[in-house]
Each structure stands twice: as structure tokens, then as C-alpha cells.
Design a protein around this ligand. Structure first.
Ligand SMILES: NC(=O)c1ccc[n+]([C@@H]2O[C@H](COP(=O)([O-])OP(=O)(O)OC[C@H]3O[C@@H](n4cnc5c(N)ncnc54)[C@H](OP(=O)(O)O)[C@@H]3O)[C@@H](O)[C@H]2O)c1
Length: 251
């Protein structure tokens, strides 16, 4: 009973990458409003345009494209996180486009740019899970990887490198769910369609009219609420799943 009370009182801890804007911004606010301690990682210093209580002191500035730096910073990250990590949300991503917003095809991008995208969108996610394995296991925590609808279909604006990085992230989610399940850590992916953030290209309105049965963009807060659900005890038997949040765009 005493242990149950301690569990109930313990503040849960979330580490979220890419918190400075878009879906990440809505997610810090949602988790923080629900009593979580939220630690954030972004390439830029704490962004005052995304204010929330405790935000500045819980922000870690780290370029997730620099894998050597990510590995070097892991001991410091573990110190900041502490003994238990209840949730890790790999949300940061880059989605390069031509200057006019057009799609960059598979044949139009060189290896260095492919690697940059895969470092941010894929390898840094794996590095964080590997580096924070111990506190995730102690907490019997959960990992959510932000994939995308473009991981399973060709998209008019998303680059081939971005799309394949998201497909790889979903495959990694399956593998991690299989590996981590034995120790009670759940791993899932969320695959948004067109959510109203700066990542969208001009011309997305045409997709909304033509392809989305709900006939509107998704809101970052709608994704944040799904993430909160997946990281809660209410989702305690959901693992290895890809949850689509796209207004029906896949149909
Ligand atoms: N919006 C959509 O329609 C949509 C659809 C499908 C999937 N998604 C996925 O949902 C997630 C969030 O998307 P969003 O629309 O909110 O994106 P966003 O508004 O472009 O925000 C991206 C975030 O990633 C961070 N980031 C980018 N490069 C980084 C790096 N090298 N190191 C550290 N942080 C870095 C940015 O931080 P800085 O500001 O510090 O650079 C920013 O906080 C992404 O994984 C995206 O692929 C979004």
C-alpha cells in the first residue's frame, strides 16, 4: 500500500526531442499541465516563443544531427534524467525541401544530406533509446517514435530521404517493442498526416481538399493528446503499434 502511494506521488518524467515548436511545443504544454516533469532537447537554445513553467531550466541544447556529440553528451543526459525515465518521445525531425517547397527526389540528394536527415530522424532516436535504456527499464517506461504517413506512401512534398527515414523509424519501433517488452517497456509509433505546423509545404491546402475525409489539417494539440494517452497507464497493453492520426488521409 505504501509503495502504491509512493508510485502515485512520484512525478513522472518525460524526455521530448524537438520541443521548440509545432507538435513538440503542444506536447510539452500538455504533459506539463498534466503534472509531468518535462525535459526537452532541441538544436536551438530554449525558445521564449514556446514558454512553459520550468521550460528554460529543463531544456538541453543539442544538435541531434551530430552523432558524435549525441554520444558524448549521453552521460550528462543520464545525470539530468536521473534514475527513472517514464517516457521518451523521439519527435525532432528535419524535412528538407527545395527553396520553393518542392519535393527532393531520391536521385536528387547526395549521401551527406541523406546522412544528415537519417542522423536527426533515425539514428539519434536509436542512440537515445540505447543510452537511456537503464532509466527506461527502471521506470518500466515507454518510448514513442514520431513516424509519418509518408513512411508508407509517396507524398507530393516530402523528400525521399525524409520518407525512408520515417519508414525505418517505424521498423525500429517494431524491433524495439519486441526487445523491450520483456522488461515491461512499451514502444509505439505515431504517424501523423498533415498537422498544422511549419513543416508543411505551400500547396498542402490541395491535399486537404482532395485527400482528407475530415477536410481540415490536424492540430498539434490533437497529436499531443494522443501522445499523452500512449504514455499513460490507460495504454498499458499497447505496444508495437503504429497509431495513425491523419483525419482519414490513408483511405
Ligand atoms: N506536421 C506534420 O504534418 C507532420 C506529419 C507527419 C509527421 N510529423 C512528424 O512529427 C514530428 C514533429 O513535427 P513538427 O511538424 O512539429 O516539426 P517542426 O515544427 O518542424 O519542429 C521540428 C522540431 O525538431 C527540432 N529539430 C530539428 N532538427 C534538429 C536537430 N538537428 N537537433 C535537435 N532538434 C532538431 C526543431 O528544433 P529547433 O527549433 O531547435 O531546430 C523543432 O523543435 C516530426 O518527427 C515530424 O516528422 C509531422
Amino acid at each position: 500500500m505504501e509503495r502504491a502511494n509512493q508510485m502515485a506521488e512520484r512525478q513522472r518524467v518525460l524526455l521530448l526531442t524537438g520541443a521548440s515548436r509545432g507538435i513538440g511545443h503542444a506536447t510539452v504544454k500538455t504533459f506539463s499541465d498534466n503534472g509531468w516533469r518535462v525535459l526537452t532537447i532541441s538544436r536551438q537554445p530554449f525558445d521564449p516563443r514556446c514558454p512553459w513553467e520550468g521550460g528554460a531550466k529543463n531544456h538541453i541544447q543539442l544538435d541531434l544531427a551530430d552523432m558524435a556529440l549525441v554520444q558524448a553528451e549521453m552521460p550528462r543526459l543520464r545525470d539530468i534524467v536521473g534514475e527513472r525515465l517514464d517516457a521518451l518521445i523521439n519527435n525532432a525531425a528535419v524535412s528538407p525541401k527545395w527553396p520553393d517547397g518542392g519535393k527532393i527526389g531520391a536521385l536528387e540528394m547526395g549521401y551527406a544530406d541523406w546522412l544528415h536527415i537519417f542522423n536527426v530522424n533515425f539514428f539519434s532516436c536509436l542512440a537515445l533509446v540505447q543510452g537511456l535504456r537503464a532509466p527506461l527499464e527502471v521506470a518500466r517506461g515507454t518510448v514513442v517514435n514520431m513516424s509519418s504517413i509518408v513512411g508508407s506512401r509517396v507524398h507530393p512534398y516530402a523528400s525521399a530521404a525524409y520518407a525512408t527515414s520515417k519508414a525505418a523509424l517505424w521498423a525500429l519501433t517494431r524491433e524495439l517493442a519486441a526487445d523491450f517488452g520483456r522488461v515491461g517497456v512499451r514502444v509505439n509509433a505515431v504517424s501523423p498526416g498533415e498537422i498544422d505546423t511549419g513543416i508543411l509545404s505551400p500547396g498542402t491546402e490541395a491535399i486537404v481538399d482532395r485527400d482528407i475525409p475530415l477536410h481540415r489539417l490536424g492540430k498539434p494539440k490533437e497529436v499531443a493528446d494522443l501522445l499523452l494517452f500512449l504514455c499513460s497507464q490507460t495504454a498499458s497493453y499497447i505496444s508495437g503499434s503504429e497509431i495513425h492520426i491523419d483525419g482519414g488521409q490513408r483511405v
